[in-house]
Design a protein around this ligand. Sequence first.
Ligand code: SF4
Length: 328
Amino acid sequence: MEERLLEIKDLHVEYVTDEARVFAVNGLDLTVNRGETVGLVGETGAGKTTTALSVMRLLPDLVGRITRGSIILDGIDITRATEADMRLIRGEAVSMIFQDPMTSLNPVMTIGEQIAEVLHLHEKYDTKEEVEHRVDEILRLVGLPPERKGEYPHQFSGGMKQRVVIAIALACEPKLLLADEPTTALDVTIQAQVLQMVRELKEKLNTAMLLITHDLGVVAQTCDRVGIMYAGEIVELGTAEQIFQKDERHHPYTVGLFGSIPDLTRKTRRLSPIEGLMPDPTDLPPGCRFHTRCPHRMPVCEVESPRPSYNGGHLIRCHIWDDRRCSQ
Ligand code: SF4
């Protein structure tokens, strides 16, 4: 039976500044089981990174705050944990790979020191020799020669730096890995290598992963389940097969996302992008958040927020597919 590792319920996150109140995540529900890979897909500003930062409790101080909901990770409610608890949870229960390896590493510490720092923090090993041995082991695991552990980040290429970031994230073998666009800053050939390595390591260590991306190709190769995010909500969630199956029911936003990528099986002169822009998160529209761009909108969409409807494990939040409203 699948064992639940992460359970996010009704999560609301806001950023408050002197000028504005930004509603970044608005009632998000999501689960990740042990060993499972779940993809979170959506445009920039959909709330994907904010969701991951909430799980790490790394929202910017004084500005970002969780206003409602719970995040249960391995039985612990992250929203109620103290900062001292979080220092132990980060790295050991959950780790994050950030988008840009150039800014994730400390330029004045060798890569070996940066990996060892995580091990010291979690008091994983008693002696210096044991720590050094583990650093060598992790470097080998991510395909880097241990002899280079005395070198600094600027001495490595972009792909190698991202391997170091992954090594730091996996040093304590966390149960959950949050990967926020882990290959966006890399060129295409290196992207494929890094993704392949993350998949292999995940299998080896039975780590669950929440993969944040806007690349549907990466999702197809990597994820068991996929959540499509729009304006801080999950509008569709299902297995990768359900999301990628053309003749399944889909949310109009998902249809729009797939319509805006090239289809090699069809001859088309132009791609069909989704018209318009994501709504201003300081002033979200009432009803369905997607109604300002939706080609199928109905009068009800402008006033009433759609409830999630389920078909097996496949969730869609749209009035068209709400069987309580209209039977198919
Ligand atoms: Fe479009 Fe209405 Fe469905 Fe929203 S609820 S996606 S506006 S049809």
